[in-house]
Design a protein around this ligand. Structure first.
Ligand code: AMP
Ligand code: ZN
Length: 465
């Protein structure tokens, strides 16, 4: 298995610490709002990585946190608490907000066929762990107390900028220009491990600590939960590219200060999904959620297929036109697969050739579009019988998770139904006016959306194909 490692900036052979086992940590959502489909792209990439490793025979232990405290509106230490902001927006308590959006997140994950990690921990459940880690960092002089807050001193960390490759000089200018400087820090990039003072009064989640009543910083939560659930050594840590700095950089600084040795060997980051205006965000215009796509008549798996067509390290621009393309391609792919008959004996030679090809695509830095190419090559290979094809498709779908063999009764969303009925009327009118070109164009337009019109003596009905 070859993977691109952000730490070394190279595609490297993946060698876990323990033969055959992988300890994988993936940063979870901040549950103050619905996930946008950009966030979900990152979780799809992590799901494919976990399932790809399992396909290759590894036993994967994967943990994820749920951030319900400590994440401010900037990824550093400035701005309002995201959870408090969500609570204010909806007139609810932070606990209600956290429960509601955690459930919504896992519903999205299930709709996208993303496997729930075997370990999921809420940040607010492990305050003792963070306190223990911070106490040790204070004792070992990696941390200091200033004006009530506990800070990590980045000048004590070994090669603090090794993950991001950032230039500290450039960052200094950035800090001076754009962010209100915290004069209680020794270095501008020092970050908070424990807050007792917040510029915002409405922080509801607070706990007693040796440094006063307060709450943990966002970064310590991941170091704490990862060490609690996976131990001192991690094989893979994932997230989106925006997590590289400062979040993952700070996770490394804290964990290595705490353990006194290298912590995680492979850092894998998914590129962003952007909209036509640039980076996707929850505060900008139409907020793209999975529910919105469903309301517009798309299946969550259309979106999964859309993501799988490009490499996780390439940024991707979302448009409804490309999603239409993905939906049509998936529809055709499934109808080809469902037409395959179970004929002949399982051909183990052919099976292992294709299993190897698929494994190579996984091992090629998780090349999902190549995995799909192997699938398409299999479909058109006339030397492989139906039984073998169906067996292989079932194996590939353990990674792709597109429900390739599932025959489902599709439901039409109310928006799509309205559109179909109005198009049927428009076509009837066109036919009445002998405008057969227009009538045929309407029929083809609907077919491209997976809707086949059926003309009968009683009128026109439709079926989903
Ligand atoms: P958050 O809930 O904001 O902590 O983000 C959850 C995950 O989504 C993190 O791993 C982020 O790196 C990732 N993420 C944020 N924005 C995008 C985006 N536009 N495209 C892909 N992933 C993203
Ligand atoms: Zn994290």
């Amino acid at each position: 298995m070859k993977l691109y490692n952000t730490l070394t900036k190279k595609v490297e052979e993946f060698v876990p610490n323990e033969v055959g086992c992988v300890k994988m940590y993936t940063c979870g959502p901040t549950v103050y709002h619905y996930a946008h489909i950009g966030n979900l792209r990152t979780y799809i990439f992590e799901d494919i990585l976990e399932k790809g490793l399992s396909f290759l025979g590894y036993n994967v232990k994967r943990a994820m946190n749920i951030t319900d405290v400590g994440h401010l509106t900037s990824d550093g230490d400035t701005g309002e608490d995201k959870m408090a902001k969500g609570a204010k927006r909806e007139g609810k308590t932070v606990y209600e907000i956290a429960d509601f959006y955690t459930e919504a997140f896992f519903k999205d994950m299930a709709d996208l066929n993303i496997r729930k990690p075997s370990i999921v921990e809420k940040a607010s459940d492990h305050i003792d762990t963070y306190i223990k880690m911070i106490e040790k960092m204070l004792k070992d002089d990696y941390a200091y107390i200033s004006n009530g807050n506990v800070y990590f001193d980045i000048s004590k960390a070994k090669d603090y900028y090794k993950l991001s490759g950032k230039n500290p000089e450039d960052l200094k200018i950035g800090v001076r220009d754009t962010v209100e400087e915290d004069k209680f820090k020794r270095n501008p990039a020092d970050f908070v491990l424990w807050f007792t003072l917040s510029k915002f009064e409405n922080q509801a989640m607070k706990w007693d600590s040796p440094w006063g009543v307060g709450y943990p910083g966002w970064h310590i939560e991941c170091s704490g939960i990862a060490s609690l659930t996976l131990g001192e050594y991690l094989d893979i840590h994932c997230g989106g590219v925006d997590n590289i700095f400062p979040h993952h950089t700070n996770e490394i600084a804290q964990s290595e200060a705490y353990f006194g040795h290298k912590w995680c060997n492979y850092w894998c980051h998914g590129a962003h999904l952007n909209d036509s205006t640039g980076k996707m965000s929850k505060s900008k215009g139409e907020f793209l959620t999975l529910s919105l796509l469903k309301d517009k008549g798309y299946s969550p798996l259309d979106y999964r297929y859309f993501c799988l067509n490009s490499h996780y390290r390439s940024s991707l621009v979302f448009s409804y036109e490309s999603l239409d393309g993905a939906r049509n391609a998936l529809l055709k792919l499934k109808s080809r697969i469902l037409a395959i008959k179970k004929i002949g004996e399982l051909d183990s030679d052919k099976r292992s050739i294709y299993m190897d090809k698929f494994a190579l695509a996984i091992g090629n830095d998780l090349n999902t579009s190549l995995m799909l190419t192997v699938l398409y090559d299999l479909l058109k290979d006339e030397d492989v019988n139906g039984t073998t094809k169906l067996n292989l498709i079932a194996e590939f779908d353990k990674v792709l998770s597109l429900d390739l063999l599932k025959e489902e009764k599709k439901e039409v969303s109310s928006d799509l139904e309205k559109e179909i009925l109005s198009k049927i009327e428009e076509r009837k009118e066109a036919k009445k006016n002998k405008d057969f070109v227009k009538a045929d164009a309407i029929r083809d337009e609907l077919l491209a959306k997976g809707v086949r019109l059926i003309d009968t003596r009683e009128g026109t009905s439709y079926e989903l194909v």
